[in-house]
Design a protein around this ligand. Structure first.
Ligand SMILES: [Ca+2]
Length: 471
C-alpha cells in the first residue's frame, strides 16, 4: 500500500510527458474570396460582427504579412495543400489555360503530389475536408485520393452551376466521400451543414490526433453570397455580410466543440482566406488597408488576414509581421507532427519559430524572395519590407489575359501598406537585389512560356465525366 502514492506519481509523470509530446490536432479554416478588411480584428471599421474570429486573435497571434500563393482559388488551394508554388505543381492555369478549374476539368492535382493530409497520415492523423476542394473533380483527383479519410462538400466553386453550360455541366454536386449525395444542394445551408459535419468529425476523432481542413464555400464566387435563414438580412453589409457573420458563427461553434471535449489546448487553429475579396459594384468585401482586390497580385489580392491559436505555444494578443505563406503550413505541420516531409522539393519552410514568436526568428522568404504569380506570369516579388513590381510589357491585367504595359515600381509594403510612395529611384541596390531574386525564381518555377527547372506536371484525365447522384 505504501507504494501506491509513488505509482500514482509515476503514472502522473508518464501521462504528463506523453501529453506534452502528443502531436497537436490541426484545424485550418480557409474561407473563399474574403478580404483582409472583413474582420473586426483586422479592420475595426468593418460593418461585420466577427466576435469569434476576434477571440481567436485575442487568444492567439495575428499575421499581417501572410500570403497565399495566388489571387484565385485553384492555384491558391494547390499551394496550401502541397507547400509549393502553383506553377511547380502545374496548377497555375487550368486545362483550358484559364485561371481556375471548372466542372469536368481534365486537369487536377497530380495524385503523385503529397498533400498536408498525406503527410499527416504517415503519423496516423485522422483527416477530413469539409467544404470546397477545387483541385480536380474527376475520381483520381478527389481529396479521398489525396490523404483525406473523409470528404463532405463541393468539388469546385459554388457558382459552377448547370445553368452556365446546361448541355455539358452537371448540377452542382454535393459529395460525401466519392459519392454525390445531392445535386444541387441548397447553397443557403452549406456553411451550417459544413459546421455540423466538422463537429461530428471532431467528436468521432477526439481520441486521436486529427487534421480538419475547412475550406468553407462562402462568401464564394457569386454576387449574392449565401447564408442560412438565421443570418439572412441580419448584417449591415447585405448578403456578403450575412455570410461573413455565419462564417464567424461557424468558427465559434467549432471552437466550442474543441473546448467542450477538452481538446482546445492541444489544437493548432489557423484561420485565413484563399484570396482577397473580389471587386464588386457596389463594394462588398474589403481589402483594407491594402490596395487592389481579389484575383490579382495586389496586396489585397494575396495578403490575407490570418490568425493562429495554440494556447501556451503561440503567444496571445500578438501581431507577427514577418513574411510567411500558406506554402509554409505543410512543412510546419510536418515538423509539429514529426511526420516526414515529401521527397520532392517544396517551396515552403517550417515557420514554427515565427508562429511561436521565438526571439530572432526571421522569414526564409526574405532571403530567397516571395514571388507573386498571376496565371503563369511572375509579376512581383517581396523580400523584407520591399515589394518590387516587375517591369512587364505584357502584364496580365485580368484573368482573361488582357495585357498592358507596367513599369518597374518599388514600395515598402511593411510601413507604407497602402503603397502611396514609390521609392525605386531612392533604392537602386534593393531594385537590383530583388530583380536578381526574381530571376532565380523564374529559372526554377518558370515564367510565361518558359518552363522552370523545378516544374512538375498536373494530373490529367482525357475523358472527364460528370459527377452524378450515386444510385
Ligand atoms: Ca477563392
Amino acid at each position: 500500500m505504501k507504494k501506491l502514492p509513488i505509482l500514482v506519481a509515476m503514472l502522473t509523470l508518464v501521462t504528463t510527458e506523453m501529453l506534452a509530446a502528443a502531436p497537436p490536432n490541426i484545424v485550418v479554416f480557409f474561407v473563399d474570396n474574403f478580404g483582409n478588411g472583413d474582420l473586426q480584428c483586422f479592420n475595426p471599421a468593418t460593418l461585420h460582427r466577427t466576435p469569434n474570429v476576434d477571440r481567436l486573435a485575442a487568444e492567439g497571434t495575428k499575421f499581417t504579412s501572410f500570403y497565399v500563393a495566388s489571387g484565385v482559388c485553384t492555384p491558391s488551394r494547390a499551394a496550401l495543400m502541397t507547400g509549393c508554388y502553383p506553377r511547380r505543381v502545374d496548377l497555375h492555369v487550368s486545362d483550358k489555360n484559364t485561371a481556375v478549374l471548372q466542372a469536368l476539368a481534365k486537369k487536377g492535382l497530380n495524385p503523385d503530389e503529397l498533400t498536408i493530409a498525406e503527410v499527416l497520415k504517415q503519423v496516423s492523423y485522422a483527416t477530413g475536408i469539409f467544404g470546397k476542394w477545387h483541385l480536380g473533380d474527376q475520381p483520381p483527383f478527389l481529396p479521398t485520393r489525396q490523404g483525406f479519410d473523409e470528404y463532405w462538400g463541393i468539388p469546385y466553386s459554388d457558382d459552377m452551376t448547370k445553368d452556365k453550360f446546361p448541355e455539358t455541366w452537371p448540377e452542382l454536386p454535393l459529395m460525401r466521400g466519392e459519392k454525390v449525395i445531392e445535386a444541387p444542394p441548397d447553397r443557403d445551408y452549406l456553411v451550417k451543414r459544413t459546421t455540423e459535419e466538422v463537429i461530428a468529425f471532431i467528436e468521432r476523432n477526439q481520441s486521436t490526433p486529427f487534421f480538419a481542413y475547412i475550406p468553407h464555400t462562402m462568401p464564394g464566387s457569386t454576387k449574392t453570397p449565401f447564408s442560412s435563414p438565421a443570418f439572412r438580412g441580419k448584417s449591415k453589409n447585405g448578403d456578403y455580410g450575412d455570410s461573413v457573420e455565419e462564417l464567424d458563427w461557424s468558427t465559434g461553434e467549432i471552437m466550442s466543440t474543441l473546448k467542450r471535449l477538452g481538446l482546445d489546448n492541444n489544437t493548432l487553429v489557423v484561420w485565413t482566406s484563399d484570396n482577397g475579396a473580389v471587386k464588386r459594384s457596389p463594394p462588398q468585401g474589403s481589402g483594407d488597408p491594402y490596395r487592389g482586390s481579389g484575383y490579382d497580385t495586389s496586396e489585397a489580392g494575396m495578403r490575407m488576414p490570418c490568425v493562429m491559436r495554440w494556447p501556451g505555444k503561440i503567444p496571445a494578443g500578438k501581431t507577427q509581421d514577418e513574411l510567411c505563406s500558406t506554402m509554409d503550413l505543410l512543412p510546419t505541420f510536418s515538423k509539429l507532427a514529426n511526420a516526414p516531409l515529401p521527397a520532392k522539393p517544396i517551396d515552403g519552410r517550417d515557420i514554427g519559430s515565427l508562429i511561436m514568436s521565438t526571439p530572432g526568428a526571421t522569414s526564409h522568404w526574405d532571403e530567397k524572395g516571395f514571388g507573386y504569380y498571376r496565371l503563369g506570369q511572375l509579376q512581383a516579388i517581396r523580400s523584407g519590407p520591399w515589394k518590387l513590381y516587375l517591369p512587364l510589357s505584357n502584364h496580365f491585367v485580368n484573368n482573361a489575359q488582357k495585357i498592358a504595359e507596367v513599369k518597374l515600381t518599388l514600395f515598402d509594403v511593411r510601413n507604407d501598406v497602402h503603397e502611396d510612395h514609390e521609392v525605386s529611384a531612392q533604392h537602386p541596390d534593393i531594385v537590383a537585389r530583388l530583380t536578381r531574386l526574381a530571376e532565380t525564381i523564374r529559372v526554377e518555377i518558370g515564367d510565361m512560356d518558359k518552363p522552370g527547372t523545378g516544374q512538375r506536371t498536373a494530373g490529367w484525365v482525357e475523358n472527364p465525366k460528370p459527377l452524378l447522384i450515386a444510385p
